[in-house]
Write a protein that binds this ligand. Structure first.
Ligand code: FES
Ligand code: FES
Length: 180
């Protein structure tokens, strides 16, 4: 029996760029992201699907990258924390809100919170209210050992405010350029 694991080359689309990786069939997506693609913003805590630190977006939906094999992600659009800011480097509303509200301490859990919350807020129109109870529901599957969660919950509401502010500005800019 050969001790050399068979390798598979797959194309992973991460943050808008498609890159090939050659990995064994059982290579975790989290390991492929961190070690093969060198995107170390995605953190690994429990490797059992419990802590949420490894959360990335797969076609916009949050998934635990420690519970998927890299080969399963081929053909899907992966977004890691490095891909949340826009093309001009402007922080995502959730990133800005975490900074405003001091939503992190050591930061180990933070990439998982940011991706989870970013996906959840897509379900809300700008201007819609996100209650503290809803915010707690959104972050309920992610573990943080430092913060006590209060400022993370505040950051969810603040992120929604920032989305609303930005949508208002975009509407204003559109009206100005249309000469209205
Ligand atoms: S490292 Fe994936 S859920 Fe904890
Ligand atoms: S900020 Fe340290 S684990 Fe959450």
């Amino acid at each position: 029996m050969s001790l050399i694991e068979e390798q598979f080359t797959v194309s992973l689309s991460v943050n808008g760029t498609t890159r090939p990786v050659t990995v064994p069939a059982r290579r975790l997506l989290s390991d492929a992201i961190r070690h093969d693609l060198e995107l170390t913003g995605t953190h690994v805590g429990c490797e059992h699907g419990v802590c949420g630190a490894c959360t990335v977006l797969l076609d916009g939906a949050p998934v635990r990258s420690c519970l998927m094999f890299a080969v399963q992600a081929e053909g899907h659009a992966i977004t890691t924390v490095e891909g949340l800011a826009d093309a001009n480097g402007r922080l995502h509303p959730v990133q800005e809100a975490f900074r405003d509200c001091h939503g992190l301490q050591c930061g180990f859990c933070t990439p998982g919170f940011l991706t989870t919350i970013a996906a959840a807020l897509e379900e809300y129109e700008p201007g819609a209210d996100v209650s503290d109870e809803e915010a707690r529901e959104i972050v309920g599957g992610n573990l943080c050992r430092c913060t006590g969660y209060q400022n993370i919950v505040k950051a969810v509401g603040r992120a929604q405010e920032i989305r609303t502010e930005r949508a208002g500005r975009a509407d204003g800019d559109a009206a100005t350029s249309a000469g209205r």
